[in-house]
Design a binder for this molecule. Structure first.
Ligand code: AMP
Ligand code: MG
Length: 353
């Protein structure tokens, strides 16, 4: 958590610099949702109104969390996972939209992102207190059951129906790889709608959305965590009406017998993705793309991930890959907005074309 705060501080510190006194006071609220601390900051002339509005946004986050949590027994996702193959009505059109978006990303990434990885996530103990290494036979059985194409969605038009979802018995889904990004886009839309032109929505676990620029008119500057020393940021990315998301093995992991096991799983093996990458950062106007693709590109690895970037200009994203050996690769479209942080200037950055 400290590292995120540190990186966010990089962005916020300029509010307090001398010479910025006439800028609107930043209003900041903190929320705990989706298993992480979130920090919403907005700048407008109306401090009281902005605080109340941000409070409403945190309530929206709590509501989304209660619908999407895979562990809360009263959530929609939990209901789908325990319906024994029966249809479960979606709570509202927002959740239906998220399911459609998530499945599209599963499809476009060829299943590197797969929302039905959840039984494997559970088997490794990443949802609870006790981590464990499943046996090869268990992993094989788990991998066989991972298949996002088995998720059924229905729009159930008319008659006040809101749509539904169903999963074959024995399968379970989890929107953990995309929900923060989806929430970021949703909240950013509401921020823009009320006319706030400068805000920073930190959804936690390295998903961040910049609305507009800093009050001074310069881009937000967001640090990218060094996966080798998660307490520091090795680079800074400039964001203006843009989002950024990072997936990395350092974010949630455990060690056993000298081996590190992290929470990003390869749907083909049901085991932690060993692609040679330590982290992937995605920059895009869409926070959902950032969140979903950072997870997927981590699974793909550098070569496949870079090719995916070349093949999908329509997804409008750029990426920074850091390998387990500490090599840094940055896609060409990000070059002008990407700088190495102080103390890291001697690191080599390979630009991917
Ligand atoms: P993120 O932190 O956004 O990279 O998402 C990782 C989370 O998504 C994990 O904690 C799991 O709950 C879940 N997950 C792990 N591997 C995958 C995968 N390949 N596709 C979809 N979700 C995954
Ligand atoms: Mg993600």
């Amino acid at each position: 958590m400290k590292k995120r705060l540190l990186c966010a501080l990089l962005a916020l510190s300029l509010f307090t610099l001398p010479g910025c006194k006439r800028d609107p006071e930043p209003v900041e609220v903190t929320a705990f949702a989706m298993d992480t601390v979130m920090q919403l900051t907005a700048c407008s002339g109306d401090t009281g109104g902005t605080r109340a509005f941000l409070g409403e946004l945190t309530a929206r986050l709590t509501e989304l969390d209660s619908q999407l949590s895979a562990t809360r027994e009263d959530s929609f996702v939990y209901a789908v996972n325990h319906a024994g193959g029966e249809w479960v009505e979606v709570p509202d059109s927002t959740v239906l939209a998220l399911l459609h978006d998530a499945l599209s990303l599963c499809e476009v990434t060829g299943g590197a992102l797969d929302i039905t990885t959840y039984p494997a996530v559970k088997a490794w103990g990443f949802t609870g207190e006790e981590r464990r290494v499943p046996s090869p036979a268990e992993l094989e059985a788990l991998a066989e059951k991972i298949d996002y194409t088995a998720v059924a969605l229905s729009d159930w038009a008319g008659e006040g129906r809101r749509g539904g979802a169903a999963l074959p018995q024995g399968m379970e889904m989890d929107l953990g790889a995309v929900a923060k990004g989806f929430a970021g886009d949703l909240l950013a839309g509401e921020v823009r709608e009320v006319g706030i032109t400068s805000a920073l929505l930190d959804l936690g676990q390295s998903t961040i959305v910049a609305v507009g620029s800093k009050p001074q008119g310069t881009p937000w500057r967001i640090g990218v965590v060094d996966p080798a020393q998660p307490g520091s940021c090795f680079a800074v990315v400039e964001l203006e009406d843009c989002a950024m998301g990072t997936s990395g093995g350092y974010q949630r992991y455990f060690e056993q017998d000298g081996i590190t096991y992290w929470h990003i799983l390869d749907p083909d093996t049901a085991a932690p993705a060993r692609s040679g990458l330590a982290s992937v950062t995605v920059v895009s106007p869409s926070a959902l793309i950032c969140d979903g693709l950072s997870t997927a590109l981590f699974v793909m690895g550098l070569e496949e991930g870079a090719q995916f970037w070349r093949d999908h200009p329509e997804l409008e994203f750029e990426a920074v890959f850091v390998t387990e050996d500490g090599e840094i690769y940055c896609t060409a479209g990000l070059e002008r907005r990407f700088t190495l942080a102080e103390g890291f200037e001697d690191r080599e950055v390979t630009v991917l074309e």
